[in-house]
Design a binder for this molecule. Structure first.
Ligand code: PMP
Length: 367
C-alpha cells in the first residue's frame, strides 16, 4: 500500500513541502483593486470582431511554433529596436521562470555553488519564488526609506555576490515608483559581462518611459513586458526583448507551444487596436492623479509617488483599513507584512471613477 505522506516526503523537494502556493483571494462579489488589472474591457464592436477571429482560430492543431506574426506585431508596435527580437511567455511570470532556469548554473565560482538572483526589495514576489524553484540563491537589497534604490548597497552586493540575474522593476511593484535611470544604468554597467540586468517594465503603459531603446547600448540588459496591465491580464502574454544571441539561449528552456492559439489570436487583435488600450491607460493615469490628490488630503495618509496603475500609501492602521474596505466589498493589498519598509502600507489599483470613489469613501471611513 502506498502511504501518500511518505510518498510526498520521498519525492517532493523539502523547500517545496515547506512552502505555500501563490495566494489569490476569491474576488467574486468584490470590487477588485488588488491585482493591478485594467478595469475597462474592449468596446463592444471590437469584442464582436474579436469573437469572429477567435471562432476562426485553429484549435485542433498546435500553435505555429515560431509565433512569427505575433512577434512581428510586437516588434513593430511596441518599440523593439531594429535587430532585436522577443521571446514570448505565458505571462511575464513564465519569462521570469525561463530566465532563472536558464541562468541557474551550478559553479564552484559561486559561494554556495549556486548562481544568485539579486533584486532591490521590496520587489515583485515572483523574482524570489522563481529563483528558489530554479535552485538559485536570492539576495534582496533593501530600498531606501523613500523607496529609491540604495545604489552603493546594490553595487556592493553585486561585487560580493556576482549575481547572474538582477531584476529591476521599472516602475517597481509594490512601491509604484520609477528608480532613477542613472542608478539603473550604473547597475547594468557594474554587471558588465558577469550578469544580466532584467528591466521589468510591466507597468510601462502607465510610466510612459522605457529602457527598450537603450538595448543596443547594453548587451547585458533585457527588457521584459506584459500585456496584462494594459488590459489583457486574462490572456496571459508576456514578452522579453533582447539581443537575438541571448534570446536563443532562453528559448532553449522555453516550453514549446507555451502561447496557446487563443492568446495568440487575441494578442494579435489587441495589437492592431493598441490605440484603444493606450487611451484606457491614459485615462487611468488621469484617475491616478485625482486619486492620489484625494488621498493625500486625508489626515494621517502618506501617498507615495506612482508611475504605475496602482498607488502605495501609508495609513495609520493598515489592518483596520483593509478590514473596513473588505467589509465594504473592496479588495486591496495590505503590504504591511511584506517588508519592514512597508509597515502600515496598502496598495490600491487605480480603477474607474466609480470604483475609485467607493474605495475613497471606504478609506475615509477606516481612518
Ligand atoms: N512584473 C511585475 C513587476 C509585476 O507586478 C507583475 C504582476 N503583478 C508581473 C511581472 C507579472 O505579470 P504577468 O505574469 O501578468 O505578465
Amino acid at each position: 500500500m502506498t502511504d501518500i505522506d511518505t510518498l510526498i516526503a520521498n519525492t517532493i523537494r523539502e523547500d517545496v513541502r515547506a512552502g505555500h502556493s501563490y495566494k489569490v483571494p476569491d474576488a467574486s462579489g468584490y470590487i477588485k483593486l488588488d491585482a493591478m488589472e485594467n478595469p475597462y474591457e474592449l468596446p463592444d464592436p471590437l469584442r464582436t470582431e474579436l469573437a469572429t477571429r477567435l471562432a476562426d482560430a485553429v484549435l485542433n492543431r498546435y500553435p505555429v511554433a515560431s509565433y512569427a506574426t505575433l512577434k512581428q506585431k510586437i516588434r513593430d508596435n511596441l518599440g523593439v529596436p531594429a535587430g532585436y527580437d522577443v521571446i514570448l511567455g505565458n505571462g511575464s511570470d513564465e519569462i521570469i521562470s525561463i530566465l532563472c532556469t536558464a541562468c541557474a548554473r551550478q559553479s564552484p565560482d559561486d559561494k554556495s555553488g549556486r548562481a544568485v538572483v539579486l533584486a532591490p526589495t521590496p520587489a515583485f514576489v515572483m523574482f524570489q519564488r522563481s529563483a528558489q524553484f530554479a535552485g538559485m540563491d536570492y539576495v534582496g537589497v533593501p530600498l531606501q526609506a523613500d523607496f529609491s534604490l540604495d545604489l552603493p548597497a546594490m553595487l556592493a552586493a553585486i561585487a560580493e555576490h556576482k549575481p547572474a540575474l538582477v531584476f529591476l522593476a521599472y516602475p517597481n511593484n509594490p512601491t509604484g515608483n520609477l528608480f532613477a535611470s542613472e542608478d539603473v544604468i550604473a547597475i547594468i554597467e557594474a554587471l558588465g559581462d558577469t550578469g544580466i540586468a532584467v528591466v521589468d517594465e510591466a507597468y510601462q503603459p502607465f510610466a510612459r518611459t522605457s529602457f527598450m531603446e537603450r538595448l543596443p547600448q547594453y548587451p547585458n540588459m533585457v527588457v521584459m513586458r506584459t500585456l496584462s496591465k494594459l488590459g489583457l491580464a486574462g490572456i496571459r502574454l508576456g514578452y522579453l526583448a533582447a539581443a537575438p544571441a541571448l534570446l536563443d539561449q532562453f528559448d532553449k528552456v522555453r516550453p514549446p507551444y507555451n502561447i496557446n492559439v487563443l492568446t495568440q489570436v487575441a494578442a494579435e487583435f489587441a495589437l492592431d487596436h493598441l490605440d484603444v488600450l493606450d487611451a484606457q491607460a491614459a485615462s487611468l493615469n488621469d484617475a491616478r492623479s485625482e486619486l492620489a490628490a484625494a488621498m493625500a488630503a486625508l489626515p494621517g495618509v502618506t501617498v507615495y509617488p506612482s508611475s504605475a496603475n496602482f498607488i502605495t500609501v501609508r495609513v495609520p492602521d493598515a489592518e483596520r483599513t483593509c478590514a473596513t474596505l473588505f467589509a465594504e466589498k473592496v479588495l486591496i493589498k495590505n503590504l504591511s507584512k511584506m517588508h519592514g519598509l512597508l509597515a502600515n502600507c496598502i496598495r490600491v489599483t487605480v480603477s474607474t471613477p466609480e470604483e475609485n470613489s467607493i474605495f475613497l469613501n471606504a478609506l475615509k471611513a477606516s481612518l
